[in-house]
Ligand binder design. Sequence first.
Ligand code: GDP
Length: 432
Amino acid sequence: SIPVQSPAASAGATKKKMNGYVGFSNYPNQEHRRSVKRGFNFTLMVVGESGLGKSTLVNTLFESKVYPTKDSDDGAAGHTGTSSGEAGSRAVEITSVSADILENGVKLRLSVVDTPGFGDSINNEDSWRPVLENIESRFDAYLAQENRVNRSKIVDNRVNALLYFIKPTGHALRAIDIEFMKHLHTRVNLIPVIAKADTLTPREVELFKARILADINYHGIHTFKPVSDQYDDPETVADNKTIAAKIPFAVIGSEKLVRRADGQMVRGRQYPWGVIEVENEAHNDFVSLRQMLLRTHMEELRDETDVSLYESYRTQKLLALGHVQDNSVFREFNPRMQQEEEERLHAAKMSKLEAEMSAVFRQKVQEKEGKLKQSEEELYSRHQQMKSVLEKQRRDLDEKRTRLAQPDVVHTHSSAHPEHAQRMPSKDKKKR
Ligand code: GDP
């Protein structure tokens, strides 16, 4: 089995203070003020065979001697990457170098994780495994801290981006490249780069890129790309498109300044026929890579790591542990979330109850009002009925009294008007 040096145990981690403009101080515009004050972490992993220019590129990116290059005089100290042993049986090691870089008052804690020995064995079938294990162990370390009740001092060593160095063969991806990317693309923001692009002609670079992209698509490999959303301004959208079109970035690195034809000193590589400039977009894609990695998409890389890659790892991990993926899992793992969730549920329950109660109250009042109104109407009509009956009775009585008081007249009257006399009883009958 291949020994893996854990990130925490990497005794080779060195701390350096550096200055110089790189571009990440633009980051506060993307990040919250809080993390600006505290500084922020960014962990970059570089993977590729020895000699592909990984250390050189890292130093070129940060314009600092973050990483000691193998052939430089002052760089060897602190570098634990070169493992002992013959090339044929070399193990993949994981080493880490940290550097605090200060720029415009913004502190960046940069960690560069190297994987010396990757692809250097005779049998490279499982070269990807120690790298994947290292990335996952960093997720595990984060998960363990997240589950603690006191979460104020979480150390985030998760890998935010992985630069995968492709050998400039000019042909196609090799089996080792495909295997690596297939196993890693769901765990890390994969950024493929064509190493030492100055060893290929521009035409070769163009064809090589097309072949690489075809292979990546064919194998369903997901690589990190700047994407724009509807809120981005047209300029940003255009910039993102330009950068995305350059993936895989064909890069060159150099720690040396060389003299250009016009006499100016530039970072680049000297050839008998001229100078290849690192920071010339016509010569290679270094500028676009730096732009994406450090100036425009650092926050997105960190977000993607946290929200998407880590979240899916955690979910799978919990499922593997036999937990069911639902809210209770998260509550169980997170006391603060549990409490918030309970408070939220309680508040929702109370307001629902209140709404129900007032609805019931309104309904009852309405019913009562309706009933009162109805009985009032009933009473009134009964009253009216009574009144008319009584009036009628009074009229009848009055009539009777008048009749009795004057019997003769009534009699005569009644015989004189037989019609009238007959009508009275008939009316009475009707009433009865
Ligand atoms: P690492 O083993 O991948 O870290 O490679 P290094 O950064 O130590 O570089 C190995 C050798 O390649 C050194 O001699 C560098 O000067 C050289 N080198 C680095 N980058 C480039 C590049 O972009 N183009 C060319 N032609 N050589 C490079």
